[in-house]
Design a protein around this ligand. Structure first.
Ligand code: GLU
Length: 424
């Protein structure tokens, strides 16, 4: 029976690297029909914070990483104490004040790592290990080994930064007479320069990606590809198909380089695939918090979403690009007004405003007809009018089709903005 665990310490937010460790454990469990356990390693009473625990659980749920069993080490202190007493009674450990210390025997320790193969460490390099601290709390390694053994974890999958803990933990397994699990140490996520993933390469907390407008499916898809590949250069990978081929042994040994561009690209692919209704639903809380009291909801919001869906990388792009729809006043992008509205086109704008206000059934077709009528009457090229009009309506030099934009803005506001464009 495959049983794996993710064991975060609630001493900080769920890091993107932690999320990938959780994901690989979860995928392995799902692929093998096994169980995924979430164990909170909150033995450090000072550094563990309830708000971090809440945030970790929230992030796990958002990513869809559901667990079959849940434990908190702070509920299990008696158990660790009992095992410490056992080792003391067997003289495998000794006391130093209130602390309990493991006697480290001289031997060579073999780790068989599913990703890295065999690793041999001489215990000469390991000094006697603290198991219980003088304040009565267990050390990370001691609690971790007892729990992994009692929870019958079949394979310990964790970040490579823990590789130096593994030989020490093997000594604890042996002292306690527990069977060893398998081990797999995942390569770390690196920034594009080859350093350890840091804020410079992209946000490190999962929650930040959420607030930046990334979809959980895109994050999961992206994390899955950091160190593993389904083959055939596939980038957009559905979980169901990934689970058919996922294997720990196929994880790359080398560090995985994080690329925000690639994540954004994947996110844009997931956004494109959503229907306007689904996307409007995902956007609606963001819209409501940025524009409290907005009346643009339901079908009207969907129409706007439809216009931008194809070009969004993140959900926040939508908010950045559509301010002109939610605000009464147009905010002009820097230089855009000077560049595109420098020439006084009052006459052209007034005529267009007049024609548009006369349209009774205001839609893309009728708006375009009115516009074409104006340019042909004035004998000018359409292009001469298109850019200044877009800028006057949206404050931006680029955007979706002009007539679509007019329609989502509505006739009244379109006409008003045209009339006010050259007023001081
Ligand atoms: N609590 C440890 C951490 O957050 C877990 C390490 C492990 O998986 O054994 O790094």
């Amino acid at each position: 029976m495959v049983r794996v665990r993710f064991a975060p310490s609630p001493t900080g937010f769920l890091h993107i690297g932690g999320a990938r460790t959780a994901l690989f454990n979860w995928m392995y469990a799902k692929a093998q029909g096994g169980q995924f356990i979430l164990r909170i390693e909150d033995t450090d009473k000072v550094r563990s914070k309830p708000e971090y625990l809440d945030e970790i659980l929230e992030s796990m749920k958002w990513l869809g990483l559901s667990w079959d069993e849940f434990y908190k080490q702070s509920d299990r202190f008696d158990l660790y104490r009992q095992y410490a007493d056992k080792l003391l009674a067997e003289d495998k450990a000794y006391k130093d004040g209130e602390a309990v210390i493991l006697r480290v025997p001289q031997k060579s320790i073999k780790i068989y790592d599913l990703i890295r193969g065999e690793i041999v460490v001489d215990s000469k390099e390991i000094k006697d290990q603290v198991l219980m601290k003088s304040d009565g709390s267990p050390t990370y390694s001691f609690a971790c080994v007892i729990d992994d053994a009692l929870m019958e974890i079949s394979c310990v999958i964790r970040g490579e930064d823990h590789i130096s803990n593994t030989p020490k933990q093997i000594l604890i397994y042996e002292a306690l007479g527990f069977k060893l699990p398998k081990f797999a140490h995942l390569p770390l996520i690196m920034d594009p320069e080859g350093g350890r993933m840091s804020k410079r390469a992209g946000a490190t907390a999962v929650t930040e990606y959420r607030t930046q407008g990334f979809l959980s499916q895109a994050i999961v898809n992206y994390l899955m590809l950091l160190g593993w590949s389904p083959g055939n250069n596939q980038e957009k990978v559905l979980m169901a198909s990934a689970l058919k081929t996922f294997s720990i042994k196929k994880i790359n040994k080398a560090g995985a380089a994080f690329s925000l561009e690639k994540l954004e690209w994947l996110n844009s692919q997931y956004i494109k695939e959503m229907s306007a209704a689904q996307l409007a639903e995902a956007l609606s809380p963001l819209v409501a918090s940025k524009y409290p009291g907005t009346l643009l909801q339901g079908k009207a919001l969907e129409d706007v979403v439809q216009l931008y869906k194809g070009r969004m990388n993140t959900l926040l792009d939508f908010l950045d690009w559509t301010d002109f729809i939610f605000n009464d006043e147009v905010k002009f992008e820097e230089d855009v007004k000077a560049t595109h509205l420098s020439q006084d086109m009052r006459k052209e704008f007034d005529l267009l405003a007049e024609r548009l206000s006369a349209v009774t059934d205001f839609n893309v077709k009728t708006a375009e007809e009115a516009f074409r009528g104006v340019v042909s009457q004035l004998g000018i090229e359409a292009g001469i009018l298109v850019h200044p009009v877009r800028v006057a309506l949206t404050g931006k030099a680029v955007g979706p089709g002009l007539f679509d934009t007019m329609v989502v803005l509505g006739k009244e506001r379109t006409v008003r903005r045209l009339k006010e464009a050259f007023k001081q």
